[in-house]
Design a binder for this molecule. Structure first.
Ligand code: FES
Ligand code: FES
Length: 161
């Protein structure tokens, strides 16, 4: 099958890859780059589990072919932090029990990051709106909202310290 070469930046690292034109962005991230933090649920654009940021905007990677994003910059959950140096959002989810099985968590973190990048002090309603396209089977959403609020408060404290 014909392959296409793309140049793409993922989590700040540049890649040049030859891939089939119909390779989904979600499969490209998970299988070609080994970034399995991006989860795949429905593969039909419904659940939101596969959400990543493409040039700073959230998008469902299961609905995009990787070749559509030649030259783009992608952020996945792996860009956020490490176990010893967590992003405030990860700290918030840790502290407020924002996850149970964790399957929805990478996508929840990425839509929350998109929100905080443009609005560092969102209201609870604005957080609700931001995560509303992502499904969670476990938490009932309240602890996710608490987690994002905790990240907002921590960031505010750091700024004023
Ligand atoms: S896997 Fe469900 S929206 Fe992409
Ligand atoms: S924590 Fe299990 S789906 Fe959200």
């Amino acid at each position: 099958m014909e392959k296409i070469t793309i140049n793409i930046t993922v989590n700040g690292k540049q890649y040049e890859k030859e891939i089939p034109p119909r390779r989904l962005l979600s499969d490209f991230l998970r299988h070609d780059l080994g970034l399995t933090g991006t989860h795949v649920g429905c593969e039909h654009g419904v659940c939101g589990m596969c959400t990543v940021l493409i040039d700073g905007q959230s998008a469902r990677s299961c609905l995009n072919f990787a070749v559509m994003h030649d030259g783009a910059s992608i952020e996945t959950v792996e860009s956020l932090g490490t176990p010893t140096n967590m992003h405030p959002l990860q700290e918030g989810f840790w502290a407020k029990h924002g996850l149970q099985c964790g399957f929805c968590t990478p996508a929840m973190l990425m839509v929350s990051k998109e929100l905080l990048d443009s609005n560092p002090d969102p209201s609870r309603e604005e957080i609700k709106e931001a995560i509303s396209a992502n499904l969670c089977r476990c938490t009932g959403y309240q602890t996710i909202l608490d987690s994002v609020e905790a990240a907002v408060n921590q960031t505010k404290e750091e700024v004023t310290a």
